[in-house]
Each structure stands twice: as C-alpha cells, then as structure tokens.
Design a protein around this ligand. Sequence first.
Ligand code: PEP
Ligand code: MN
Length: 337
Amino acid sequence: MRVVMRDDATLKQIGQVITLIENKGYQPFVVKDDKVTTICVPSIQDEKLFDEVMQIQGVKEALPFSKPYRLVSREFNASDTVIDVGDVPVGGKEIVLMAGPCAVESKEQLFTTAESVKKAGAKILRGGAFKPRTSPYSFQGLKEEGLKLLREAGREFDLKIVTEIVSPGDVELIAGYADILQVGARNMQNFSLLEQLGKIAKPVLLKRGMMCTIEEMLMSAEYIAAGGNPNVILCERGIRTFERHMRNTLDISAVPALKELSHLPIIVDPSHASGNDRYVPALALAGIAAGADGLIIEVHSCREEALCDGKQSLEPETFAALVEQLKRVAAAVNRKL
Ligand code: PEP
Ligand code: MN
C-alpha cells in the first residue's frame, strides 16, 4: 500500500498515518520529494487499512502497488534517486566512471592502473578481491590482502572503491574496506546475500543476472531496499542469448526500461557484456546515449598478463581516449562528464 499525502498535509497528519501503520505492526517507508510525501508499506495490500488511512485529514489517496517491486519503483518515488558514494554522487547530472582491473593481482598492477584511470577521469576504482570463477582452478583473488590494496590505492589516488562480495558472511569484512559492495551476476538471486546487504547502509552495486529478467532484477533490488538499505545502483552487464559472437548480449533497452520503472541509478558494464576490448568503446558510448548514469569498465595496465578477463580489458590509453568520446556523447544527452 502507498499513501500519498496532499501537498498541504501537516507534519502532524503525516505522523498520524505513520503511527496508525506502526500500531498495526508494519514498518512504514517514507519518501518526500519537493512537495509530496508518500508513505509506503510494501508488504501489505490490506483493504481495511486503506479505509482507516483515508479517514486521516491530509491524505490524498491510498493505493495498491501495481507491480511486485515497490520501494524501488517509480510509484513509490517519482524522482531520480541520487546515491552519494562519499563525495561522488551516482545518479545525478554527472556521469560516473568506475574503472580498474577485473581482479586485484599485485600492488604494482593495481596502483599503475588506478593512477591511469584517475588521470583519465574515473572517480571509482574497481577490482575484485573475492573472485567468483567458473573454474575452481582459476585465480580466486587475493581476498583480504586484495581489499587492503584497494583501500591503499583509493587513498593514494583519491578514488572510491567498488569490489565484489560473494559470501553473505563477508559483509562486515568487505564493508570495512569498500565504498560500494558489488553483487555479481552469478549472485543476483542469492537471497541470503541480498538480505545481509539490506542491513548495512553502504551502497550496493547490483549486477543483472545473465539469465534474469528486468523484473527479477528489480525484485532483487527490492530485497535490499526492504531490508532497510535504499542505496542500490543497478547494473546492466549483458545477458545470455543465442548469439555467441560476444560473451553476452548487452541489453541496451534495459537502460530506458529500468529508468522508467525504477528511480534507482543504472550503470552499464560494457566489458562483461562484450568480453572483447574491441567492442567495449562502442557499447560504453551506447550505454550513455541510452541514458545510463555511469559505466563500470575493466582496465589493466598490462592486459596480456592479466590473471582474469585480460581479453576484455582496455589499455589505459584506450580508456583515456574513450573518456574523451564519452564526454561528447554525455553533452549530447544533456549530461556532464
Ligand atoms: C566482475 O565485475 O568482475 C564480474 C565478475 O562481473 P559479472 O558478475 O557481471 O560477471
Ligand atoms: Mn571481470
């Protein structure tokens, strides 16, 4: 149920609605844009409560949700959500670039790459310390050692940090180092992980599962929001289709669709979508043209020697040249970079 207050509703009337809902044992979520306050109880569609709420002065309407996802929907919040990652806003007018290696491999590799992406205009450094690999024999990441290096590089080059969390038991550990916790495609529907991430306040980057629909992705975001953490950044990273030329198929239409259905920021990952550095620039430019709020791109200081995803990683110079092109596309769609 969502309760929309009138523009002239008083704080007391808003408080009365909240108290009524709380007294029934439900937790209300409140959002306020310029004028309108909306109070939402995502879990109920209780007819009797609708009637009781409508008795309170200042209530304009009490409506059911039309979609299964609620807190992350435009019905709950018509305005775009801007998530502050420290002093870096994600979802505002400015396009945000997250860049760095697939995996943290060594101090030298991470620092050289971090320095180059910072110089090119990235605000957030990516790098996996816990790697969910298809093969158990592939490099699994440096674990906590990798987290420490990320933190050090972040400090040295004034970059925020995004890194993947694989296990629900690692939330506290990773939140101690990272500014954004990334849920990888393989874990988009790991509901116990999503529940744990609902309990923290740090932003979560939720990647779309390779075989998941837009609605399923929004339901996963809803798990995190319903748990109490509204700071979710969505990420389209390609889905598995019959096409095998690329690693995945970037679902570019998901960008405007998610913008229409949800108030959350959305970014595009052209690296995992294509699996090939030759295609990354075109997909990155398309993502921004389609309305994405940012990009997450793999960059490696020596891609031939990468322990993970070297083929799709950009060289630092290619990344810097891409940023110049992105600036022009951003300006064309009335965004800043
Ligand atoms: C990654 O970002 O390195 C990664 C594993 O991505 P995805 O979960 O999208 O495959
Ligand atoms: Mn990767």
